[in-house]
Design a protein. Structure first.
Ligand SMILES: NC(=O)c1ccc[n+]([C@@H]2O[C@H](COP(=O)([O-])OP(=O)(O)OC[C@H]3O[C@@H](n4cnc5c(N)ncnc54)[C@H](OP(=O)(O)O)[C@@H]3O)[C@@H](O)[C@H]2O)c1
Length: 287
């Protein structure tokens, strides 16, 4: 059985991956902070990495650790570089097994999405730049790597603290009006869908650059409307706004999203529809 170390294991995707992967692999969950019975692995700390590699001898490292707050990356570029670029290099030093790096559609400028793996990159935020630099470093320096680009990952379980779906559902349940951008386009992706893909990537030792996103391309506003319908909530509480109204520090790609034909044919899979994913989330919460 393969041993898989997951970094950033307590983040949104880490929690879902743990549940999925532990059915097929020996999974070691690691996090930046020390919790009871946890393995501490700060990817900026080479001593943590050396200890984890020596203790567990992983066949696979799944790197989910990242500075993911896009505005914070713009504010603190040094910290973003240290985690999102140098952290990847640290993890690859003294490791020659299968390295899986989560990347993002933010490597694109969002002028002409959705994008495939051959489309030209042009990040417009520092977050996007760091993720692209990590991709390029891996392409040039680490042949046994998978780069999996994802976009607008969401989840909502009884244990979820914060997520877009939870925010929409909880706000509408409380009769609270919300403003949602109608000019950012993606294919929102359930953590369960991408965990399933990562499982297959590990099982089949898939190497190279791949996109994954669920089936439907939509604006964030339309996504919120769909959430309201599935959860039987009042869609009139959702107001469409433009991204420029938010005055965010970092620029966002607007017409984005990821085409998935390459991974579909490589793995023989069909992406889930967003509606089906939301229905499953709804049904799981009602159990
Ligand atoms: N969410 C999306 O829509 C999306 C889209 C495309 C790609 N991705 C990529 O998918 C991956 C997982 O994202 P996610 O949604 O699960 O993000 P997340 O919930 O923010 O999880 C990231 C995790 O990394 C941890 N971390 C930060 N710095 C670290 C360090 N120095 N060492 C070890 N762990 C560290 C964070 O811990 P703290 O919370 O304690 O800082 C957090 O638990 C990331 O690579 C992200 O870039 C995400």
């Amino acid at each position: 059985m393969k041993t898989v170390i997951i970094t950033g294991g307590y983040g949104q995707l880490g929690v879902a991956c743990k549940e999925h992967l532990k059915k097929s692999f020996n999974v070691i969950i690691t996090g930046k902070n020390i919790f009871e019975q946890d393995v501490k692995l700060d990817i900026t700390d080479r001593k943590d990495i050396a200890k984890a590699y020596s203790d567990f001898k992983p066949d696979v490292v799944l790197n989910l650790a990242a500075m993911t707050n896009v505005d914070e990356c713009e504010r603190d570029k040094i910290a973003a570089n240290k985690i999102n670029i140098e952290g990847v290099k640290n993890l690859c030093k003294n490791f020659s097994g299968h390295f899986i790096q989560l990347s993002t559609d933010y490597v694109f400028d969002g002028l002409s999405g959705p994008y495939n793996e051959l489309d030209e990159v042009n990040p417009i935020s520092h977050y996007g730049k760091t993720k692209l630099e990590a991709e390029n470093w891996l392409k040039n320096n680490y042949s046994n790597a998978t780069i999996l680009r994802a976009n607008v990952i969401y989840s909502y379980t009884k244990r979820t603290k914060a997520s877009f779906v939870k925010w929409v559902v909880d706000s509408l349940k409380n009769n609270k009006e919300i403003n949602v951008v109608n000019d950012q386009w993606n294919n929102p992706t359930w953590t369960e869908s991408i965990s399933f893909i990562i499982n297959k990537v590990i099982d089949n030792s898939i190497i190279g650059l791949y996109n994954y996103g669920d089936k439907d391309f939509m604006s964030r506003y339309d996504f919120a409307i769909l959430i309201s319908k599935i959860f039987n909530l009042d869609e009139n509480l959702i107001n469409p706004i433009n991204t420029s109204n938010l005055n965010q520090i970092a620029e966002r790609p607007l017409k984005s999203g990821l085409k998935t034909e390459k991974i579909e044919s490589r793995l023989g899979i069909v992406p889930n529809s967003v509606e089906n994913c939301l229905r499953k989330i709804h049904d799981n919460l009602s159990k």
